[in-house]
Design a protein around this ligand. Structure first.
Ligand code: GUN
Ligand code: ZN
Length: 434
């Protein structure tokens, strides 16, 4: 970890609040000629270059980026590491897609060498796209989580992951048992949770692939260890929802299944939530649970349009998820491009500052990590990006026509992708250079 002080000069933008709560103008800070000072992996100062430069020692190293914007690192609140090799699998909706493509692809992760190889590709891809924190599904095999965490640890990344728990309604070659999933998850928690910047997430895949016994043990793990995460899927697809009703006829609905097994809480993140009703949103909000909004996946698998205004009405924590490999891009810029269209199709808007919030501070709040990541406040982890205004000829030309940071930001989210991410820094260290 670099323990020396270093400063970065460029235009700098970050979210400081949810625009839905404070209005757009009070939701961000923008420094046209800004300075970010990093000390020992943390941010020590942020402000206008003209104010901060006189306060710094004469010999401090200053990196000056022209035609570039510094933002916080992006936060992906839902992604599957073992699905890296199956992005863009043709033609199915959720349940057939799982059986046809997903389960065979994930079965390869019983082989540690394969898991290591994909972990390397996956982590590089996250960083190439400016994602510095992700909430990650492994496969059912514990070694998949070891492979991922080993990579993340080498780079001192703040990452959250867990082994899938799945003891029914999946091929035999890919199921665990309630007991083995508990024991294996526990061993992974003991090894990784709280190590460096790593955190563990208890990961029942979704209600249809867990028996009541397994869901009970998932809930038990959450009570045995402080600050554990819980990640799963909810209300993504209409056939899936019908199936949950058949499997759990005694419960009021899909969310009530998870609620019954004590899986809701401040560190619980439910992916998709496309078809949630008002009561379910209210219950999620009441328990401090979060939803991961996954627009590219919801389009690609034909799942539907997430109702962000309804979530906002309930003051529900919402982060953004790529859901690779159901999702089609690792880029949270491209994910926001699609999120905008989801809102358009519902007669609503997604302002560029709300988008920035979703990809950064909103994600941090969904993960209860807003004191550490999500913006560039002094004291935060030095996880940040340098976005290049000249990344492509079209972006360069288009940005010359913008008149203010709101327009610039919106165009970055419409035309931007991995090419836009010039540098990625994690804990103050350069972890990707385009
Ligand atoms: N529901 C259960 N498993 C999955 C998965 O792997 N991807 C998506 N998108 N939905 C799921
Ligand atoms: Zn998913």
């Amino acid at each position: 970890m670099p323990l020396t002080r270093k400063a970065y000069r460029a235009a700098i933008l970050h979210s400081i609040a949810d625009p839905a709560e404070v209005g757009i103008e009070a939701s961000y800070e923008y420094f046209e000629d800004g300075l970010l000072v990093v000390d020992g992996g943390k941010i020590s100062a942020l402000g206008h270059a003209s104010d901060l430069l006189p306060t710094l020692p004469a010999d401090i190293e200053i990196e000056h980026y022209q035609d570039a914007l510094i933002t916080p690192g992006f936060i992906d609140t839902h992604i599957h590491f073992p699905q890296t090799g199956m992005v863009g699998a043709y033609g199915e909706q959720l349940l057939d897609w799982l059986n046809t493509y997903t389960f065979p692809c994930e079965s390869q992760f019983g082989d540690k060498a394969h898991a290591d190889e994909v972990a390397d590709i996956f982590v590089k891809e996250l960083l190439r796209n400016g994602t510095t924190t992700a909430l990650v599904f492994g496969s059912v095999h514990p070694q998949s989580v070891n492979s991922f965490f080993e990579k993340a640890e080498q780079l001192d990344l703040r990452m959250i992951a867990g082994k899938v728990m799945m003891d029914r309604n999946a091929p035999d070659y890919l199921t665990d048992t309630a007991e083995s999933s508990y024991v294996e998850s526990k061993a992974l928690i003991e090894r990784w949770h709280g190590k460096g910047r790593l955190h563990y997430a208890v990961t029942p895949r979704f209600a249809p692939t867990s028996t009541p016994e397994q869901l009970t043990l998932a809930g038990q793990l959450l009570t045995e260890y402080p600050d554990l995460y819980m990640q799963t899927h909810i209300s993504e697809n209409l056939k899936e929802i019908e199936w949950v009703k058949e499997l759990f006829p005694e419960r009021k609905g899909y969310l009530d299944v998870y609620d019954h097994y004590n899986l809701l809480g401040e560190r619980s993140v439910f992916a998709h939530g496309v078809h949630l009703c008002d009561d379910e949103c209210a219950r999620l909000a009441e328990t401090g649970s979060a939803i991961s909004f996954c627009p590219t996946s919801n389009f690609f698998l034909g799942s539907g349009l997430f109702n962000l205004p309804m979530a906002e009405k309930h003051k529900l924590n919402v982060g953004l998820g790529t859901d690779v490999g159901g999702g089609t891009s690792f880029s949270l810029l491209q994910t926001l491009n699609e999120a905008y269209k989801v809102m358009q199709l519902q007669g609503a808007r997604l302002s560029p500052f709300k988008s920035l919030y979703l990809a950064t501070l909103g994600g941090a709040r969904a993960l209860h990590l807003e004191d550490k990541i999500g913006n560039l406040q002094p004291g935060s982890d030095a996880d940040f990006l340098v976005l290049d205004y000249n990344a492509t000829p079209l972006l360069s030309y288009r940005l010359k026509q913008t008149n203010n940071i709101a327009e610039t930001l919106f165009v970055l989210m419409t035309l931007g992708d991995d090419r836009t991410v010039q540098q990625t820094y994690a804990a103050g260290a350069l972890v990707h250079q385009r």
